[in-house]
Structures are given as structure tokens and as C-alpha cells.
Design a protein around this ligand. Structure first.
Ligand SMILES: Nc1nc2c(c(=O)[nH]1)N[C@H]1C(S)=C(S)[C@@H](COP(=O)(O)OP(=O)(O)OC[C@H]3O[C@@H](n4cnc5c(=O)[nH]c(N)nc54)[C@H](O)[C@@H]3O)O[C@H]1N2
Ligand SMILES: Nc1nc2c(c(=O)[nH]1)N[C@H]1C(S)=C(S)[C@@H](COP(=O)(O)OP(=O)(O)OC[C@H]3O[C@@H](n4cnc5c(=O)[nH]c(N)nc54)[C@H](O)[C@@H]3O)O[C@H]1N2
Ligand code: SF4
Ligand SMILES: [Mo]
Length: 756
């Protein structure tokens, strides 16, 4: 393959000469979040000047958010690491050549492995590991396999792990759910796609997409304790108490079944367990759910009827309810609701979004029976809380405890990549203790993040504009869950567009794992990406003598793709590949697969919740006499991605903190005014915060963005670095038994003025 960095095709880009300097506009893929917008970057003398939307892009149509627009500034940010760092015994850091860092780290890994075995070595891949490089995940998996460790963790299991676990318990459909473009109704439970670019509305310019859809008659239903940006545009917004989503979904299902609004024919043909579900939702009467969630009975009934009768359409869940205590049961009921209403594509329907960089998959109108043996509790066991591998991956919420426990199964080395455990994991105090207890912590990052500040080595990597990219992650998102991803078979490739700043010693992320493998004398076998797990393509052994390029890796991970990568490379501005169209086929004649709506563990959980939710829980406003009168809930903000970008002036726009938002009447009752410093306490810990007013909240909740702040020693800097809500979670209390996920939203807290 040609060296694409050198041979940047100017095909669809313009190039102007301003005196001696050259200014060019190039197409690229924004990699500042998962949405992968097709954007334009202006480059002068090899430096990126600005990033903006590409009005000619066939899918994103000119969209580019503030994070994307700031990509050029981030590339040359003064906070950026241009050299890897090594921690000295006094805690200070010195630059170290990356090849030397790899020598030293490999040596330390070799020692740990020989003393404690490969299980003592774990990896953690965070959001930017996936966003920044489409082949990163495949290389990390190959590395772990090569050294014989199954301790690969990622941010999936501290996000919405119930999505995959519930799919394994419920079963799957061999064709997609109703595509957004065909939906007449969308029910969003605790997600805010207008800000998060995540589920519910396609992430390709969601604001405009929603406006167009409402104009053609889409009804939007939202359940959120906050009148979120998305809820403000809803036909009906249930401003429910947080943490009551399971009763709400059970109540909606009960109404739909009671009024026979479900798709009885579809259910009879493809579903088992209906009667078990019918029985388990029986206690969730409309009256009871209305009181539990503090919403009106009329609104519950209207939500159920609109969703069931105004179809097609889908119900989608977000991080809010997934983090409020019952991720698996919540997602299971959501699947049940969609399936009861028959919201899957049928024979003859056109598949809206066949893979481009993935392999062509036949679509069939048939259910794949559940695989509960691969839902949770299988494979590699954790030493704590009875947890093990899950359909969403190894339970990250238990990794800190695993590191801290003594004995043979202790994890001694962690390579954390494009994630920020100290900022993002639940239970910050336990996480910090674990990071300090490790014999070796390596952080792969572009900045001295909160986790980098505790690492033995920090590996400095390239900025996305310095690396080629492909839209593989975006295709994966469409396969992730109903209502996620885009709406068209779109693919884009971008070459690397600029060189790293002068004097930088930075590598493509995956090169670090390759470099370790070289030194440890093991071979990396890369697996082409397979979205459904049903297509098996042989692994590809990497050349361990001559280092491959990132382009080579792209060829390997997209092997067998429906559209050839070379074809996609020819259209740098991104393209939609509709041909040949893919239609859902009839079910196989002898097909016996069925969904299971009545999984025993799920029905037990539902019964337990029915037994618990008594009238004593019905306090809606939060009484001042309670120890924990408020509920702290999570929210995302437009300009910052988790812990990324909050220190960039172009993104924080002069507001470098994550305020604690409260309803104006709650503030008044507490005698607080906006801008005041408070202390927020949970049963686990406390954090400082700056209060801010938000009339869109329901009373009794505090709404705050996660992943801000740093270690507790820096709490006094709350006005300039924010504070860390993860500290309020307790990993070993009130956690979900399948995934180990503790409460990260709907956390019981108190709030008081802090005297400085
Ligand atoms: N309380 C609470 N906690 C939460 C959540 C919540 O809603 N509430 N959300 C959870 C969710 S959904 C998730 S996904 C996790 C996120 O958890 P993580 O993925 O662990 O956290 P991020 O902040 O996304 O980490 C990104 C890291 O990548 C670095 N980085 C930035 N740019 C680049 C780059 O170009 N290349 C590389 N290699 N690194 C880069 C950043 O400096 C940062 O250290 O947090 C979870 N934590
Ligand atoms: N701009 C931006 N975009 C992002 C991110 C970011 O940090 N910034 N993060 C990315 C990541 S890692 C992810 S996983 C996605 C997440 O995307 P989303 O899941 O859409 O996350 P949020 O925008 O936080 O929306 C969660 C909503 O749930 C509500 N909520 C909180 N608790 C409850 C509850 O108990 N019940 C109900 N019904 N609602 C509740 C909150 O008020 C909030 O409006 O976003 C991604 N996109
Ligand atoms: S939504 Fe995400 S991919 Fe699109 S411009 Fe913003 S940061 Fe970039
Ligand atoms: Mo996430």
C-alpha cells in the first residue's frame, strides 16, 4: 500500500496560495467524539487552522459541534503532551523517549508476569481509545491474547452494560429494529441525544434531524427528571423521579397488555415467556407507578397508548436509568416493550444501513434465542463480589477492588488507554487507592490527566489529525442497540493530514502495544471486526519484524468488508453506498429461535422491586429531615466529552467548573444563591461544588456532570477544575449483581453551604 501521508489526494479539496504560505482545505473525520462527523479542516503550512462542518457531506450536511471545531486548537494545545513521561521517586515527571519507555515497561511486565502470571496484567480502554483509532481495540485484544491474560476492561461496563447483558437474556432479531426515518414515535428514557449525540436520534446533526422528523409527524415521548434539551421538544415529557424507570416500564407494559395494544401476531410467532411477564408486571398498576414516579396516571396512559398505537418506532434508554441501579432489568424491559409492539424489521423491508466497512450480513425475519450462559457470570472470574465476565465485557466497576485485594489473583499492572479511571470510574477514593497500589500504572494519553498524575509512565500519542481514520466505530454504534448510530450506509476514510508539532516524540496509540509485544517476543494476531459475532474470519498474524502502518491495520480489520476499503479511500469526503440494496429475507423454514420475555432472573428481580416499592418510598420532594434528602443525577454537556476538553478555553468558554444545578425553589429553601460553594455528601464521601440554578429540574434532584475535578487534594480548586461526582458512588454498596455497576446516577445525597 502507498504511504497515504505523503500522497494526500487533493481530489475534492481546494488549495490556495497566499504569498509564500500554502493554505489547503481537506476533508476529514472528526474524532473528538464517537459521532465521527465528516468535516473540513483548513491547513496552513502543515498546521491545522480551523475545523468546520462540510456543507457537501451527504450525511452530516455541514454539522460540526464546538468540540469538533476546537480540534485544531487541541492539536497545538499548550496542555498537550509532546513527550512520554516517567515518574521519579519524588513524584515529579521527566520526559522519556518513547522507545526507552517501552523497553523499561516491557521489562517490568516481564518480571510481573514471571512472578504472578499473565492475569496480573490488565488493560483498560476508555472512550478515546476507540474514538481516536479504529484499529486500537483489535490490537489491545491481540496483545492480551498473546501474553495470555483475559483481563481486558473497557468503559462499556461503566456505561450501559445492561444493553448487552439483556440482549443475551432476551434474544436477538436477525434484522435491524425500526429505522429512525420510518419511525412515527420515539420514546426516550433518560437520554439526551441533542447534547450527547447518542441514542434515540441519529447522531448526524440530531437537532435538524429531529426538527425534520417532527415536521413529518413524529411523536417524541421523553422520560427524564430534567426538562432536558431533548425533552423541551417532546410531545409528552414525563418528568419522573429518577430511579423509577423499572416501575415505569413495567407499568407501560401492563397498560399495553391490559388494553391489548401489543402486536399479538408477532408475539405469538416469535416470543416465549409472555405470561410470565404479564404476571410479573401485574403489581405495577397505573395508580401505583404514578405515585412511585410522581407523574400523572393520564400521562402514563397516554405514553403507553401513543407508543403502542402510533408506531412504528422504538423505545431507547440512556445512561440516566442505566446508572440508577438496574441496568440489566431496565434494558430487558425496554427490549420487551419494543418486541411486544413488534418493532423489528420484517421480511421484504429494506435494511436502512447495511455495513460498509463491516462484512455484508444477511438480514432475516427471525429471532435468535437467548444465550443466558454468555450474559454474565461466565469466563474469567473476578475475586470480588462474585462477579465475572459479562456480555458487555469484564466488569470495570470491580477492577479497583480486584487490584486492592491481596493474594495470588491480584492485578499488579494496568495499562490504561484513552480513558481516565481517576476521573470517570465510580468510587473515586477506591480507584485512587488502587492506582497507587499498582506495581505499574501506564497511562496512554494526550495530556497529564487526573490518571496520568498517578501513573509510573505516561505514553504520549498522536492527535487524530496526525493519524488516518475510518468510520468503523460509527458502524459499530449502529449495531450497538436499537435507536443508535446513523441512518445510511455511509463510510469515510481520512489520511493523516498534519505532522505532529516539531520536536514531538509521539506514536499512534496501537504502536505501544505492538512495541511491547516485540520486546516480549510474542506475536500479535489481529481479528477483522465482526459486528454480530456470527461471521468468523480467520485472524491475521502481524509482521513482527517490520512494523506495519496504521493503513495496513485498517486493511486487516476491514477484511471482507461489503465495500472495499480502497473504494472508500477514493472518496475522502465520505459517501453513502446504497448499492446493492439489502432486504430482510423470510425466516428459514425450520427456524426454531424465539425471544424470551420471561427470563427467570429478570422476573425475580421485577418481583423483588414490586415488593420493595412501598408507599414509604413515595416522598417526592425530599424532606429536609431525611439524611439524604436529594438525589444526584448525571447529565452531559455539549462542549466537553466526559473528562476531555474542560481545560480548553475554546470549549469551556470561561466556565471551567461543573456546577451543581438545583431547582430555584430548592435553592431558595436551602438559603443558597447561585455561585455559592457547597459540600455534597453521600454515604460514601463528599465533594465541593458551585451551585447553579436550573428551572428545568424537578425538585429534589441535583444535576451534575461527571468526570470533572481531580484527586481530593485539589478540591480547593473546584472553581477552576470542577469536582468529581464519581467520588459519591460506592462500588461495594447498592450495585447491580450481574455487572457490578453501582449507582452513578440517582445517588442519595445531602447538600450544605461550605464555609471557606
Ligand atoms: N458519575 C458518573 N460517572 C460516569 C458517567 C456518568 O454519567 N456519571 N459516565 C460513564 C461513561 S458513559 C463512560 S463512557 C465513562 C468514560 O470513562 P473514560 O473513558 O475512562 O473517561 P474519559 O474522560 O472519556 O477519558 C478519556 C481520556 O482520553 C484522553 N484523551 C483525549 N484525547 C485523546 C486522544 O486523542 N488520544 C488518546 N489516546 N487519549 C485521549 C483524555 O485526556 C482522558 O484521559 O465514564 C463513566 N463515568
Ligand atoms: N457532548 C457530549 N456528548 C457525549 C458525552 C459527553 O460527555 N459530552 N459522553 C458520551 C458518552 S460516553 C455517552 S455513554 C453518551 C451518553 O448519552 P446519554 O445517555 O444521552 O447521556 P446524558 O446526556 O447524560 O443524558 C442522560 C439523561 O438522563 C437523565 N437521568 C438521570 N438519571 C435518570 C434516571 O434515573 N431516570 C431517567 N429516566 N433519566 C435520568 C438526565 O437528566 C439526562 O438528561 O453520550 C456521549 N456523548
Ligand atoms: S458531534 Fe462529535 S464527531 Fe461531530 S463534530 Fe462534535 S465532537 Fe466531532
Ligand atoms: Mo459512555
Amino acid at each position: 500500500m502507498t504511504d497515504v501521508f505523503q500522497s494526500n489526494q487533493e481530489s475534492r479539496s481546494d488549495s490556495t496560495n497566499h504569498g509564500a504560505s500554502t493554505r489547503r482545505t481537506k476533508h476529514t473525520i472528526c474524532r473528538a467524539c464517537h459521532a465521527g462527523c465528516g468535516v473540513l479542516v483548513e491547513i496552513e503550512d502543515g498546521r491545522p487552522l480551523s475545523v468546520k462542518g462540510d456543507p457537501d457531506n451527504p450525511l452530516y450536511g455541514g454539522f460540526c459541534c464546538v468540540k469538533g471545531q476546537n480540534m485544531a486548537e487541541v492539536q497545538s494545545s499548550p496542555h498537550r503532551l509532546l513527550n512520554s513521561q516517567k515518574r521519579l521517586p519524588d513524584g515529579s515527571y521527566v520526559p522519556i523517549p518513547v522507545e526507552q519507555a517501552m523497553d523499561e515497561i516491557a521489562e517490568r511486565l516481564r518480571k510481573i508476569q514471571s512472578e504472578s502470571g499473565p492475569r496480573a496484567i490488565a488493560t483498560y480502554s476508555g472512550t478515546m481509545a476507540t474514538n481516536a483509532g479504529a484499529a486500537n481495540g483489535a490490537v489491545t485484544s491481540a496483545f492480551l491474547k498473546a501474553i495470555g491474560s483475559r483481563m481486558g476492561f473497557n468503559s462499556n461496563t461503566i456505561d450501559q452494560p445492561g444493553k448487552m447483558v439483556a440482549a443475551a437474556l432476551f434474544g436477538n432479531w436477525m434484522a435491524p429494529p425500526t429505522p429512525f426515518e420510518e419511525a412515527n414515535v420515539i420514546l426516550l428514557v433518560g437520554c439526551n441525544p441533542l447534547v450527547a449525540m447518542s441514542g434515540g436520534i441519529p447522531h448526524t446533526n440530531p437537532g435538524r434531524t429531529l426538527t425534520d422528523a417532527i415536521a413529518r409527524g413524529l411523536k417524541l415521548l421523553v422520560i427524564d427528571p430534567r426538562r432536558s434539551e431533548t425533552a423541551r421538544r417532546a410531545h409528552l415529557h414525563l418528568q419522573a423521579k429518577p430511579g423509577e424507570d423499572v416501575p415505569i416500564l413495567a407499568g407501560l407494559i401492563r397498560i399495553i397488555l391490559g388494553e391489548s395494544l401489543h402486536d399479538a401476531e408477532f408475539v405469538a410467532e416469535h416470543v416465549e415467556g409472555l405470561e410470565a411477564l404479564r404476571e410479573a408486571v401485574e403489581p405495577f398498576t397505573t395508580e401505583r407507578v404514578a405515585r412511585l414516579a410522581d407523574v400523572s396516571e393520564e400521562d402514563l396512559i397516554e405514553t403507553a397508548r401513543t407508543f403502542a398505537t402510533h408506531g412504528p418506532g422504538v423505545a431507547v434508554g440512556g445512561t440516566g436509568p442505566n446508572m440508577s441501579g438496574h441496568t440489566t432489568l431496565f434494558e430487558y424491559l425496554l427490549r420487551a416493550l419494543n418486541t411486544l409492539c413488534g418493532r423489528w424489521q420484517r421480511a421484504g423491508d429494506a435494511v436502512a444501513e447495511p455495513a460498509c466497512l463491516g462484512q455484508a450480513m444477511p438480514a432475516k425475519a427471525q429471532a435468535v434465542s437467548p444465550t443466558p450462559q454468555y450474559a454474565y457470570g461466565f469466563g474469567e472470574k473476578m475475586s470480588v463480589r462474585g462477579l465475572a465476565n459479562t456480555a458487555a465485557g469484564m466488569p470495570t466497576a470491580a477492577l479497583a477492588e480486584e487490584i486492592l485485594q491481596d493474594g495470588e489473583r491480584q492485578v499488579r499492572a494496568l495499562i490504561s488507554h484513552g480513558g481516565n479511571p481517576v476521573a470517570a470510574w465510580p468510587d473515586q477514593l477506591t480507584t485512587i487507592e488502587a492506582m497507587k497500589a499498582l506495581d505499574l500504572l501506564v497511562q496512554i494519553d494526550t495530556k497529564m490527566s487526573a490518571t496520568a498524575g498517578l501513573a509510573d509512565y505516561v505514553i504520549a500519542v498522536k492527535h487524530p489529525l496526525e493519524m488516518p481514520g475510518i468510520t468503523l466505530t460509527q458502524e459499530y454504534l449502529s449495531a450497538y442497540a436499537a435507536g443508535f448510530g446513523t441512518t445510511a450506509p455511509y463510510a469515510q476514510y481520512t489520511p493523516a493530514l498534519v505532522e505532529p508539532p516539531e520536536g514531538a516524540d509521539v506514536i499512534d496509540d496501537w504502536v505501544f502495544f505492538y512495541g511491547l509485544a516485540e520486546r516480549l517476543g510474542v506475536e500479535l494476531v489481529l481479528k477483522p471486526v465482526s459486528f454480530s459475532g456470527t461471521v468468523r474470519v480467520a485472524g491475521h498474524a502481524l509482521d513482527m519484524q517490520e512494523r506495519p502502518t496504521t493503513e495496513d491495520l485498517f486493511d486487516i480489520v476491514t477484511k471482507g468488508s461489503r465495500i472495499s476499503l480502497d473504494e472508500i479511500r477514493r472518496h475522502e469526503g465520505g459517501r453513502i453506498y446504497p448499492d446493492p440494496p439489502v432486504y430482510v429475507e423470510e425466516a428459514d423454514l425450520d427456524w426454531a429461535g424465539r425471544f424470551d420475555m420471561g427470563n427467570a432472573a429478570m422476573m425475580d428481580d421485577l418481583r423483588a422491586i414490586a415488593a420493595q416499592s412501598t408507599i414509604s418510598n413515595l416522598n417526592t420532594k425530599g424532606s429536609r429531615k431525611e439524611a439524604w434528602p436529594f438525589r444526584l443525577i448525571s447529565r452531559r454537556q455539549m462542549n466537553v466529552l466526559n473528562s476531555v476538553g474542560r481545560d480548553e478555553p475554546g470549549q469551556n468558554r470561561g466556565r471551567p467548573t461543573n456546577p451543581a444545578y438545583l431547582h430555584p425553589e430548592d435553592l431558595a429553601e436551602l438559603g443558597l444563591t447561585r455561585g455559592e460553594l457547597v459540600q455534597i455528601r453521600s454515604s460514601r464521601a463528599s465533594i465541593p461544588a458551585i451551585v447553579e440554578v436550573d428551572s428545568h429540574l424537578r425538585r429534589g434532584v441535583i444535576s451534575m456532570t461527571h468526570s470533572w475535578g481531580d484527586v481530593p487534594e485539589r478540591d480547593a480548586e473546584v472553581r477552576t477544575i470542577g469536582s468529581n461526582t464519581g467520588r459519591l458512588s460506592a462500588v461495594n454498596q447498592d450495585f447491580e449483581r450481574y455487572t457490578g455497576l453501582p449507582r452513578m446516577s440517582n445517588i442519595p445525597v445531602s447538600i450544605e453551604r461550605q464555609v471557606k
